[in-house]
Design a binder for this molecule. Structure first.
Ligand SMILES: [Zn+2]
Length: 261
């Protein structure tokens, strides 16, 4: 997971006044009814705003699905706080993110574990921190930076320090190394580690410095898949080359065990 920086004003400008007006009308109806109830939602109309903001990546696993409209069906607009319970947040822009089908429909569904007290009537995520959500929300600055809660040892996601939220988020979305995700999440991360190590190796040898420098910088940028895994590994490359080599070899062993190297 990584943060996608944007202000609420910029997010709302990208969404547009027309949709926001309709969203406010619907929220007002839910308020009067005391619950979420409508025949069909309109959040899919703003999906592309989040697809572009997140560079076509899943909010939780950082797999890149793509920004091309052909991939639209493989990313869902996910309600961080489920609309079924948090009826006043069904149309709040800071309650949305796009997530892959595996993370959203397979794992998240309508769940929202908290360590604090539920605020079912909350209408602004920024004033609902007392709920102490266990999962992390990556859009804007409404929540903690995921990079401070989750880090990586080679291709494996681990909690940063002793972060309970990090641990629970990894467990919930099965982001760890041994996870049975039925997808290529860990394989992709192992390839990121391998590619980054090789780029560093060539850079250290003084080969095409600007080309490999660009590779290393891009791998850690918001547009790159598994950018937080790359950023963690790059820190190791710059501080402990011997350890980087061990992690590179471990990624190779993992790929070999899958018949992919
Ligand atoms: Zn995902």
């Amino acid at each position: 997971m990584r943060r996608y920086a944007i202000t609420q004003a910029d997010l709302e400008a990208a969404i547009g006044d027309r949709w926001l007006r309709r969203a406010r009308e619907r929220t007002e109806r839910f308020r009067q009814a005391g619950r979420y109830e409508e025949a069909a939602g309109i959040w899919s109309e703003v999906k592309d705003v989040y697809v572009q903001l997140q560079h076509g990546k899943c909010a939780y696993c950082e797999r890149r699905i793509g920004t091309d409209p052909v991939y639209a069906g493989e990313l869902d607009v996910e309600h961080y706080r489920p609309k079924s319970g948090y009826y006043l947040l069904a149309y709040h822009p800071l309650n949305y993110a796009v997530a892959c089908i595996r993370c959203n429909r397979g794992l998240k569904r309508d769940e929202f574990p908290v360590a604090g007290t539920r605020m079912w009537d909350g209408e602004d995520p920024r004033s609902m921190r007392a709920e102490r959500p266990l999962l992390v929300y990556p859009i804007g600055e409404v929540d903690e930076d995921p990079a401070e809660l989750i880090t990586f040892v080679g291709y494996a996601a681990v909690p940063a320090g002793s972060s309970e939220r990090g641990r629970r988020t990894i467990e919930f979305f099965r982001l760890g190394a041994e996870a049975e995700r039925d997808d290529d999440l860990v394989t992709e991360r192992a390839r990121v580690v391998r590619a980054l190590y090789m780029a560093n190796e060539l850079l250290r040898a003084g080969r095409m410095v600007s080309e490999f420098g660009d590779e290393i910088a891009f791998a850690q940028s918001p547009a790159a898949p598994h950018s937080q895994c790359a950023a963690s590994f790059q820190r190791v490359c710059e501080s402990d080359w011997g350890q980087a080599e061990l992690l590179f070899r471990a990624a190779g062993d993992f790929l070999r065990s899958k018949g992919l190297l």
